[in-house]
Design a protein around this ligand. Sequence first.
Ligand code: SAH
Ligand code: SF4
Ligand code: F3S
Length: 432
Amino acid sequence: MTQKLYVKTFGCQMNVYDSNRMIQALMVHGFSQTDDPEKADIILLNTCHIREKASEKLFSEIGRLAKQKKKSALIVVAGCVVQAEGREILRRSHLIDIAVGPQNYHQLPELIAKYNREKGRLIVADFPTESKFDSLPMPKTSSANAFLAIQEGCDNFCSYCVVPYTRGCEYSRPSSEILVEAKALVKAGAKEIMLLGQNVNCWHGDEGKDLGDLIRDVAKIKGLKRIRYTTSYPSKITQNLINTHADTPKLMPYIHLPIQAGSDKTLRAMNRQYTVAEYEEIVAAFRSVRPDIAISSDFIVGFPGETEEDFEQTLALVERVKYASSYSFKFSARPGTPASLMKNQIPEEVKTRRLIKLQKLLQSQQRTFNEATVGKVLDVLLTERGKVKGQLVGYTPYMQGTVVRAPLKMLGEIVSVKIISASATALTGEII
Ligand code: SAH
Ligand code: SF4
Ligand code: F3S
C-alpha cells in the first residue's frame, strides 16, 4: 500500500514551490497525496515566519491536526519557522517528529527513513554547501500555471524582515538548470511559468546575463505561452528587464514592485535602498514601454517612528501611482531584526486605523483598474475550478482573477473571454 502524504503550505509562492518539490521527491519514494489529514501517514506543514500571525498559525495548526491524525502518522515541519527557531521548535511543540529547514528539504525522504529506523526526533536546518536543487527529481506533473525558483535568499537586510535569516544569502541558479526545469514543466503541462526569487531581479547568470536575458531564453521554449516573475526589488530593476516587457510577447504585462512606504524618512529607517522619487521613475519607465502594465505593491503601515505625515505621504504616493492590486500589512516586530528594537513603536490601534484607510484606497484603485476591462476581450488561462459547479477560474494577462462558465475539460486552456462585470477582487466573463 502506498504511504499517504498530507501537505499544508503557509507563506509566499516560494513556499508553494518548495512544497511541490518536496511532494515530487516523496512521490519517487512511493508516497501519494491526500487532502484528508485523517488518512495521512505523513503530515507536512511548510511554514512562514514573516509576521507574528503567520508564525503562530503553525502551533495552533499542529494542535488541531494532532487530534485528527492516525496514531502512527508523523508530523513534519518545514520552512522558514524551522530555520528561524532551530532546535527551539522541537521544545515548543512535542508533537513535531521531524523539522527541516528551507535549504535541507531535499533530505526529507532520507530523514523519514531514518526516523522510521531510529524513532528519534530529527531536525536539520543549516546552509549546506551543495545546492538542494542538484538532488531533487525533475517535475513529472504540473499545474497549467507553474512556479520555478531561479533565485533564493536576500542580502538586503531591510530592518523589519526575517528573510535574510531564514533563506540565507542571495543565490542564483545557473540558467542551464533553470531551462531544463522549465522544459520539464512545459512537458508536464505548464502553460505559464512564474519565475520566483526573494529578489528575482537580482538573478544573474554567466557572461553578465540578467533576468531580462533569462526571460528571453525561457520564452523560446515551445508550448510555453506565458512568463511572469516575482518579487522585484525596485532599485535593482535594469533597463534590459524593462525592455523585455516591450520585446517579449510571452512576458505578461504585470509587475509586482513593493515600495513598502511613501515617505523617504520611513524608507531610510527600513533600510530600503531607494527614494520615493526613484521608485516613481522606475514605474514611469515600465509604463513608457508598456502603457497598460499592471503594477502592484506591498505596503507596511505603522513602522516604528511613522508619523501621521509619513503615512499621508504613503496615501499620496498610492494616489499618484494608481495600483492594479496590492498587499498591505501592519508592521510586525520580528525577533532578531533591528526594527523590533527601535524605540518609537506605533500603538496597535494606530496601525489598525492606518491599515483600514490604506486598504480602502487600494481597493478602490483595484476596482477602478478592474472596471476598465469591462467590455474588453482578454486571454484567460483557466487554472482552477470555481466555487459553483460549471464554473472555472483563470487569470488575465494583468493577473485579474476571472470567473467563466466552462466545462472542466477546459482546465489548463487559454481562452478569449469577453469581460462582463468587475468587482474589486474579480472579473466575470463569457468565453467567445
Ligand atoms: N523580497 C520582497 C518581499 C518579501 S516579504 C521585497 O523586498 O519586496 C513580503 C512582504 O511582507 C514584504 O514586501 C513586506 O511588505 C511584508 N513584510 C515583511 N516583513 C514584515 C514585517 N516584519 N511586518 C509586516 N510586514 C512585513
Ligand atoms: Fe525582506 Fe527586504 Fe529582502 Fe525583501 S528585500 S526579502 S523585504 S530583507
Ligand atoms: Fe514566509 Fe519564508 Fe516566504 S518567511 S514569506 S515563507 S520566504
